[in-house]
Design a protein around this ligand. Sequence first.
Ligand code: FMN
Length: 169
Amino acid sequence: MEVYEGVRTLLAVREFKSEPVPDDVLHRIIESARLTGSSMNRQPWHFIVVQNRDTLEQLGTLVSSGKYNAQAAFAVIVIIEKSSPFGLSDASRAIQSMVLTAWSEGVGSNWTGWVGMTQVATLLGVPESLEVIAVMPFGYPVHNRTQGKKRRKKLCEIAHQEKFGQPFS
Ligand SMILES: Cc1cc2nc3c(=O)[nH]c(=O)nc-3n(C[C@H](O)[C@H](O)[C@H](O)COP(=O)(O)O)c2cc1C
């Protein structure tokens, strides 16, 4: 899939088929996180791949904004070093790499988190010096929505030409 086409059509996926994701696809998704550029190339991140169904169900319970983690083929827990001022920015880039790589393979995903992250860290034995910032469920989407119909602000509302307030056209 061409990159812009991926960005244009990408949607948050919250319902997954029970079909497993092949290992080579899973590996490309994780590899895309590893290959992502980070500030000063520090790579202040860790990624836990969860495929165990019981653990996925526990993640669905702990992350109240992402109950559908329970149905995912697998989830990637994204973790940053608390001491890194760039951890959140760096890991957010890695997340987008994974999401787009998955989408290009027909695999849907979404960012879930902000609630239950401390409990997720405890469940998975994440050390105190690290912080869980996202739980990313992955799987084949139940609904085939690839037309790129999105609710977004108009370009002229958020893009400016030369100076702030002059709408980009
Ligand atoms: C930082 C961040 C946190 C998010 N947290 C959640 C979440 O906890 N649960 C959820 O279902 N979606 C979550 N989302 C997904 C957004 O709701 C989604 O990107 C937005 O509604 C646009 O969806 P669309 O691309 O399908 O139009 C999150 C997205 C981002 C970027």
